[in-house]
Design a protein around this ligand. Structure first.
Ligand code: CP
Length: 303
């Protein structure tokens, strides 16, 4: 069978994206299905994670497979100087799939050229986070009833936030209206804006949340990515620039929902948590079902 990796959300067609969201709904209704009994999946996290690693590992267990791997490289031979190339080549002898996060953009793509088994990118630097995008799409579909014609406001660190890059590309299939809110230093990179223009999609770009929040179906908040800044003073200047507070939600649409890939570090006030428009904790649960769908789809056991 063809080795099928997921490195970028652009590796999937629109039809495949829709299919994976349908499979996520299937796994939400059937959360324990041992389709992968006897298989082994490696979970290699070269960068910290809570949700992505643990929801992938939960998904693997619920599918009946076993997990091997590491959540940091301290106790591996990487700390003795073993190269990334050799690490991937060796581990691909031990498993049927590798899920990996790495701080270097392009590392999962390179791994897919070395590995005998499929690679799933669990986040590479400021580049891509395709499994997060698929769970975001599943969350949008569940809350809005459709993926078509959604008005989404993306707020915060649009430069280094890999989740908004993947999500923008995925939503470009669905006639989405984009509103970008960020400080000038953290604007959506030009390559993504030109990608939208080439597809004939419009977007707005502002530095204030303002009244545009009242037109949004989805408000997608993001954390300012401290770990990507080379200048700590620049991080200090922009880290608290947007804080979503309950009062700001008064004129918003009845069915508007607030998403955040999490972790949050102050950009959503705790007083928002009790608002029925909050969806970021249910979003994390959707990650388990979506990752069950991704793994079983790529391994060809559920298509
Ligand atoms: N959303 C996300 O990638 O969270 P973690 O960094 O905790 O995996």
């Amino acid at each position: 069978m063809e080795k099928r990796s997921l490195i970028s959300i652009t590796d999937l067609t629109k039809e495949e994206i829709v299919r994976i969201t349908e499979l996520a709904a299937y796994f939400e209704a059937h959360p324990y299905e041992p389709l992968l009994h006897g298989r082994v999946i490696a979970s290699l996290f070269f960068e910290p994670s809570t949700r992505t690693r643990l929801s992938f590992e939960s998904a693997i267990n619920r599918l009946g497979a076993r997990v091997i791997g590491f959540s940091d490289t301290t106790n591996t031979s990487v700390s003795k100087g073993e190269t990334f190339h050799d690490t991937i080549q060796v581990i691909s002898n031990y498993c049927d799939m590798i899920v990996m996060r790495h701080p270097v953009e392009g590392a999962p793509r390179y791994a897919s050229e070395i590995s005998k088994v499929p690679i799933v990118n669990a986040g590479d630097g400021a580049n891509q986070h395709p499994s997060q995008t698929l769970l975001d799409l599943y969350s949008i579909k569940k809350t809005q009833g459709t993926l078509d014609g959604i008005n989404i406001m993306m707020v915060g660190d649009l430069k280094y936030g890999r989740t908004v890059h993947s999500l923008l590309q995925a939503l470009s299939h669905f006639d989405t209206k984009f509103s970008f809110v960020s400080p000038p230093e953290l604007q959506m990179p030009e390559e993504y804006k030109s990608f939208l223009r080439e597809k004939g999609l419009s977007y707005t770009e502002t530095t204030e949340i303002g009244d545009a929040i009242n037109r949004a179906d989805i408000v997608y908040m993001t954390r300012v990515q401290r770990e990507r800044f080379t200048d700590p003073m620049e991080y200090e200047r922009v880290k608290n620039v947007y804080v979503l507070r309950n009062g700001m939600l008064e004129g918003t649409k009845e069915n508007m929902r607030i998403l955040h890939p999490l972790p949050r570090v102050g950009e959503i006030s705790p007083d928002v948590d009790a608002n029925p428009k909050v969806y970021y904790f249910q979003q994390t649960e959707n990650g388990v079902y979506t990752r069950m769908a991704i793994i079983s789809y790529l391994l060809g056991v559920k298509q």
